[in-house]
Write a protein that binds this ligand. Sequence first.
Ligand SMILES: NC(=O)c1ccc[n+]([C@@H]2O[C@H](COP(=O)([O-])OP(=O)(O)OC[C@H]3O[C@@H](n4cnc5c(N)ncnc54)[C@H](OP(=O)(O)O)[C@@H]3O)[C@@H](O)[C@H]2O)c1
Length: 251
Amino acid sequence: MSFKDKVVIVTGASSGIGAAIAMSFAEQGASVVLVGRNQAKLDGVTSKCIKNGTKPLAINADVTAEADVKRIIDKTVQTFGQIDILVNNAGIASTVSFGRDETMKEFDRIMAVNFRAVVHLTQLATPHLIKTKGNIVNISSVASLRNFDKAWIYCSTKAALDHFSRSMASELAKKGVRVNTVNPGPVKTDIIVNMGLTDTDFYWDLMKGATALNRISDPSEIADVVLFLASEKAKGVTGSTWVADNGTLVK
Ligand SMILES: NC(=O)c1ccc[n+]([C@@H]2O[C@H](COP(=O)([O-])OP(=O)(O)OC[C@H]3O[C@@H](n4cnc5c(N)ncnc54)[C@H](OP(=O)(O)O)[C@@H]3O)[C@@H](O)[C@H]2O)c1
């Protein structure tokens, strides 16, 4: 599956699933744009991409800042001349319950990263994707398809993301642009640490136990699905919600 001559933007490429996606595209010859805020982690992923494939462009940017989103698109086009694939992967989670003092603040914070930023990036990238007949892969979650205790904000943002993706798939199909989501179950990344939780083993065990296959995925498994959906092999796939959840939904 070669992505030579393809330009791919991956948000949240400094960690976990996004880092694996970026490295897989680099291995397949793509010009990859890494987006994240943690410079040390971005530098680490840059080195791995260079070692295994192509030299990426790393952009230190916050996807919730309007000027940063514009800079991501402008810098990509200035550097590589085009955009073929947009992977909206940056995401955060939280366990704030309904009805607490901090609920609405937390709702805005998660919504800004998981949904508003995707809409904004899609809006600015679309003219370039139409030119290349490119495609978008949005990293959603199995949490868009069922509720999880205390994760209603996260679940709601991912459900919104799924529906937006279907709407865009319909709207952009006539322009030759495909849009799909990948909806993982548990994947071993820094997501729990980044939620500010300390008892990480407890949460991974909980999530593992909620899967039919009794396992947690490696980020590379999600990258494999993303590369398939972004490739010519998936030329007939648009508007799909591609679940890779170790059987969470069937348990
Ligand atoms: N791990 C799982 O079990 C799981 C399951 C289903 C879905 N997902 C989804 O997979 C995606 C990746 O999550 P992960 O598990 O790989 O988590 P992670 O290791 O915590 O990585 C999250 C990434 O998002 C980036 N990010 C967060 N806020 C950002 C912002 N404002 N601007 C720019 N980048 C931002 C982070 O970059 P910086 O820290 O450098 O800013 C980091 O690269 C998320 O959308 C998540 O909802 C994960």
